[in-house]
Design a protein around this ligand. Structure first.
Ligand SMILES: Cc1cc2nc3c(=O)[nH]c(=O)nc-3n(C[C@H](O)[C@H](O)[C@H](O)COP(=O)(O)OP(=O)(O)OC[C@H]3O[C@@H](n4cnc5c(N)ncnc54)[C@H](O)[C@@H]3O)c2cc1C
Length: 445
């Protein structure tokens, strides 16, 4: 079989690529553009944006809230979902030193014990003075970045403990390159205002988000999938070998596919393992790629408003084995049966606590806050894993990518999306990657 574009992975990146290839083929009257095959190893499309339903509770693969900044993505989502997408204002908090504070920590010190507020504020003032004197240097690592940007107190009270749990490695092992978009950097006036209790609910990149009215985040992926001809999708199928030089791929169903371009959104290390003709330097670089894997728990609890009205809580406390707890149903009530709550708990990447210890700790925490009564209220409690979670931006990251990507591009391979491009990226980035690929192909001579 011959196709112009072979697509690996039916998450949002693959779906957006396929959708936009068809849309642009129709728009340009160029049917060749729409020559593609989307190959997905699972039996269902959607990738990370699938929703599991258990006893009436809806669980995404932890919180998946859609933040849109590109006008083209907003128009795409509107076209796909019409009025079935709702806008939700963020209500997130931080649980630190036994207190609940607003997000982001660095801009909302009010409510913390006064010695902690003082330490954080003084550190932030010192950092601001250093910056004013032109003493900022290129940061050596994430910890150094935080020390220079936020000062010692905020770094040690939140940035280091929280990120150590999230990444499962020391902040000195990672570069700050992942965080420029995701880590709000208030100025000293804003930090001071937040320390005094003046809350700016719009701070950060995610002050509001959109989400399907019904059906969980998978409702969005399913609507895109419904616009893609079934004949161009191979489900429960995966590539078994690729000859990048010959642009030839063998699939698990026995088919051989000859392609002009390959759009891959499967994890980059998995793609490279499939190559029959990978040069040794690329193989060596692939061995340097690092990523966290995630363990998380889903809870269905037969009581309303667990976490009060909070949608998610950041937990920097090193004594607690989880780093975030979220309530799907506090954000979108259709995600739990009436009078009930659906929750997710993301477990720290230390791997030290057993599943049973994590469960006991979650139950204790919820009980201590009055968010759980008897054990009988727990109707769902299950542990799940995501093999590829967060790409680690360590000292080898850029050199490895600088070896791998020129080789792939020279072989007609576009490795896109969060795990294809090997980046820290959002659902909107996945939509954007697919759209940009299709536009690039449409405008190619
Ligand atoms: C814990 C967590 C929380 C997140 N929360 C948010 C959020 O709140 N907001 C937000 O915007 N973004 C969030 N993201 C990011 C978001 O999930 C991703 O950016 C986006 O869904 C990536 O889409 P994708 O299609 O590139 O990858 P994926 O969704 O991973 O899709 C890849 C697809 O490839 C398939 N596949 C894998 N291997 C093969 C193979 N060998 N052959 C064929 N198919 C294969 C998989 O089954 C999958 O369907 C979160 C990510 C994580 C991990």
């Amino acid at each position: 079989m011959d196709v112009r574009t072979l697509i690996f992975g039916g998450g949002l990146t693959g779906l957006s690529t396929a959708y936009h290839l068809d849309a642009l083929a129709a728009q340009h009257g160029a049917p060749g553009l729409g020559s593609y095959l989307l190959v997905e190893k699972d039996e269902r499309l959607g990738g990370l944006t699938r929703t599991e339903v258990l006893r009436g509770y809806h669980f995404d693969h932890t919180g998946h809230w859609l933040h849109l900044r590109h006008a083209e993505c907003k128009a795409f989502v509107r076209d796909i979902m019409g009025d079935d997408m709702i806008q939700v204002a963020r209500k997130s908090r931080i649980w630190s030193h036994g207190c609940l504070t607003h997000f982001p920590f660095q801009q909302n010190l009010h409510g913390l014990p006064l010695p902690i507020v003082y330490e954080c504020l003084q550190g932030a003032i010192d950092a601001a003075l250093c910056e004013a004197r032109g003493e900022f240097k290129d940061p050596t690592d994430f910890r150094d970045f935080c020390m220079q940007r936020f000062g010692k107190g905020i770094t040690e009270q939140f940035m280091v403990p929280y990120n150590t749990k999230l990444w499962g490695c020391k902040p000195e092992e990672i570069t700050p390159d992942w965080c420029t978009r995701f880590l709000p950097r208030p100025n000293i006036a804003q930090i001071t205002a937040g320390a005094l209790g003046l809350v700016d609910d719009q701070a950060g990149y995610n002050a509001s988000f959109v989400y399907p009215r019904e059906g969980g985040i998978e409702a969005f992926a399913s609507r895109i999938a419904a616009r893609i001809p079934a004949a161009k999708v191979a489900l429960a199928t995966h590539p078994v070998a690729i000859d990048f030089g010959a642009r030839l791929c063998r699939l698990s169903d026995g088919r051989e596919i000859r392609y002009e371009r390959l759009v891959s959104s499967i994890p980059l290390p998995e793609l490279l393992k499939l190559a029959t003709d990978l040069p040794q330097p690329v193989r060596d670089a692939a061995a340097k790629l690092r990523c966290t894997s995630l363990r998380y728990l889903n809870y269905g609890i037969a009581r309303p408003n667990v976490l009060d009205d909070i949608q998610w809580l950041y937990m920097p406390d090193p004594k607690l084995p989880f780093y975030r707890i979220g309530s799907f149903s506090n954000a979108v009530p259709s995600l739990a049966p009436p009078g009930c709550s659906s929750l997710y708990v993301e477990v720290a990447n230390d791997r030290e606590s057993t599943d049973d210890e994590v469960k006991a700790s979650v139950r204790d925490f919820l009980r201590s806050q009055g968010w759980l009564g008897g054990e009988a209220e727990i109707e769902v409690e299950e542990v799940r894993h995501i093999k590829y979670g967060y790409v680690i931006f360590d000292a080898h990251y850029f050199a490895a990518k600088a070896t791998i990507f020129p080789y792939l591009e020279g072989s007609g391979v576009h490795s896109l999306g969060r795990y294809g491009a090997w980046v820290y990226a959002s659902m909107e980035d996945a939509l954007w990657d697919g759209l940009q690929y299709a536009k690039g192909l449409a405008s190619a001579p």
